[in-house]
Ligand binder design. Sequence first.
Ligand SMILES: [Zn+2]
Length: 463
Amino acid sequence: MSIRLLILLCLITTQATSQIPTDSAAFFIKDIYRQTLAEEKAYSWLTTLTKGIGPRLSGSEKSIKAIHWAKATMDTLGFDRVWLQPVMVPHWERGEKEQVLMITPGAGVTELKALALGNSPGTGSQGVRAEVIEVQSLDELRSLPDEQIEGKIVFFNRPMDLGLTSTFSAYGGAADQRTSGPVAAAERGAVAVVIRSLSTRQDDYPHTGMTQLSDKIQNIPSVAVSTNDAVVLSNTLKKGKVELYIRTSCQMMEDALSYNVIGEIKGTTHPEEIILIGGHFDSWDVGEGAHDDGSGCMHSMEVLYRLRKMGYTPNRTLRCVLFMNEENGLRGGKAYADSSFANNEYHLAAIESDAGGFTPQSFGISPGAETSLDSAMSHMSGFMELLEPYDIELKAGGGGADIGPLKPKAGVLMGLRPDSSRYFDFHHSGLDTLENVHPRELAAGAAALTSLVFLLDQYGIGE
Ligand SMILES: [Zn+2]
């Protein structure tokens, strides 16, 4: 036992009776792991969610089906309260399968594997045909004269940097092409945009994702092509002039009524302090949203389920939140925070699991508006030693998109960080299916999160 843990133990045993000694905590965590790994509850729920319902894009019929399934499931778990929180969400539909044809004078016509980017307008039934110009970045686009861009299809082809250890950093370094590329190209007179899929694999699967729209100019159709087809297109361009024909029928519909799904176990000694664990329940319409973010949602349900099943009576209020619309609007996260602020709530900790159902490695932590990161980390590193046997660390920096809006009235924001090696092989593509989630890795994440919530409930975040 370290000095720090010993000091914490002494403090705890002389303090409020609601806190248990750390040696008891260590035994309890061992039991959390034993039960979670053996039962694989999150995986059995994920199976129903992915195979029984499927993808859950905001505003879609399946998203509503999933919402009612999650509420009905939580209703059977013995929580104190389960409810739906209404929120209006964007409703974008992909429509018919995209057609992207590469036309070259010498080689004829080649079909490229493509997906429209989320929120993108469609091309209309006529499609768009134009010459292609390749760039590696938004900066390169800005440096080109108007006459090289006007009337063209801009092809953003900068790959993710595979030399980085964190694939999230690699994604962050390439994602501006998808999020901002189409508007930047439209502003310069381009007629459509193609991006190289944001993927860590060289394969035939296109990856979609949200693109931002402008309310000042006419938005243009945008698609992602597979990494293999990005190479084909780039190599063909090196030989001469290339045209693309793109036909998509996606469209933005009227906003639709949807819901966050919330389950709660009321605290006994500090019910006014909330510990939130959540993920986002919407997913892209391709694949099954298994890693992104069915895994995080099932993790979150399991935390409350497991603690209740083990007969644990929390000091603080524990809340599981399945947020709607992270992928193309973040309306669920904003609606939750608005309602929470209106009710004068305080979140001692808000934790998000939205990095896949892979082997957990660490928790990232960021301070709320009035918390010092150093003091929270030094307090928490005392009890986080109890997770050392499970190879879980605490690291500075972390949180999640859905819990971000809670920052002004939260103690700390935290995010689960699993092994990121394979996440972007699957992310936002047809490969994000149950088959690519390992039951034991998913369970290990659920056990780590349950242990963290238990520890925060027992020992708080310090001053
Ligand atoms: Zn996600």
